[in-house]
Design a protein around this ligand. Sequence first.
Ligand code: ADP
Ligand code: MG
Length: 257
Amino acid sequence: MENKELISCRNVCVNYGSLVAVDNISFSLNKGDYLCIVGANGSGKSTLVKAILGLCKPADGEIVKSCKGIGYLGQQNVIQRDFPATVREVVISGCLPQNILPLYSKAEKKRAKEEIYKLGLEKLTKKSFKELSGGQMQRVLLARAFCAATELLILDEPVNGLDPIVTDELYSIVRNRNREEKLTVMMVSHDIHRAVQNATHILHMNNQAMFFGTAEDYKKTPLYNEMTTVETCSTHACTHCGSDCTASHIRVGVYHS
Ligand code: ADP
Ligand code: MG
């Protein structure tokens, strides 16, 4: 693996008024790395990603970016789902950062066609985006992000709300690009098991960095143990599902009293 540093964050702090969302985070990402950012809701993961993308400004610290082609798939929202365009138009718009008007070069059209092919979207190209299933939409948005991601792919919870089969498919597409094409990946994930299976590195946030290092080293930490401990609710009063529940829940952002 080459050792070219693509992103370096040094003591980065991001605030919303008096709220410190990202507190003194330092880490770096080299070419070919696959970093998963994990942590409970509200721990600053999306804010850190936005700061790296230049969408919000750090109050302190420094972010050095040594890469140009960044593809980004943000946390999904209702507006995105209602986007009035065909699948092809959505995919090729990933090439837009270089263009102000949607006039695409031959190379960009070729790239969009390749991504449509690689993600198995050929039969859907003329379909309206908003008519697709959730899994199909995420595939299209991933193809769009790949169009821009010549060096770095950034995904923020890309599988939220998708079924386990579609989730595995998307993880496998991203992992193959990382392993085979050495595409550098930064993904915010709630899925601790898939995170350690797929990523080379883990950043565990709780506004501050609780851990940054290799996925192998992360698995040896008490933090990882805590994230993957399964508790049987019947032995505790469960704030998630009620005190009589006998089901087991994985403690990822759901804490049992
Ligand atoms: P995560 O992605 O880990 O769930 P976020 O980065 O979205 O966390 O949020 C971190 C903290 O910043 C949370 O407390 C959240 O409520 C707050 N926050 C996020 N976005 C904004 C915003 N635009 N304005 C004010 N507070 C925000
Ligand atoms: Mg988030």
